[in-house]
Design a binder for this molecule. Structure first.
Ligand code: SF4
Ligand code: SF4
Length: 104
């Protein structure tokens, strides 16, 4: 059996942040800045690859179906889990302090 993780279709992500509290591993975080020429006014959420364990708890939480599963075969030579892309600057999210998002 291979491993899996999730990815986000950026064009479909409105930045509503609904998925963030569905990830127990804090792998879903908002980008610090909205990329230029993006069609949505709000910045997207991204997957922090090093934090995603592929539990798929988040997968049904997106109202625009922007989240999707990536299957990684066990014997994959090129894997995003082994070679994550460059880390991106994200916004801090209060999950656990007073008034935080908590877990969905
Ligand atoms: S729930 Fe979907 S649209 Fe909302 S921030 Fe998450 S990925 Fe983006
Ligand atoms: S698959 Fe699990 S660990 Fe990865 S982003 Fe979704 S909820 Fe978080």
């Amino acid at each position: 059996m291979g491993q899996s993780m999730v990815a986000i279709t950026e064009e479909s992500c409105t930045g509503c942040d609904l998925c963030i509290s569905h990830c127990p591993f804090e792998a879903l975080l908002p980008l610090a800045e909205n990329p230029k020429q993006r069609k949505h006014a709000k910045r997207p959420v991204i997957v922090v690859e090093n934090n995603c364990v592929g539990c798929l708890s988040c997968i049904g939480s997106c109202p625009t179906d922007a989240l999707y599963e990536i299957i990684i075969p066990q014997n994959a030579i090129q894997s995003i889990l082994i070679n994550p892309t460059e880390p991106q600057q994200t916004e801090p999210v209060n999950r656990w302090k007073k008034g935080g998002l908590g877990v969905a």
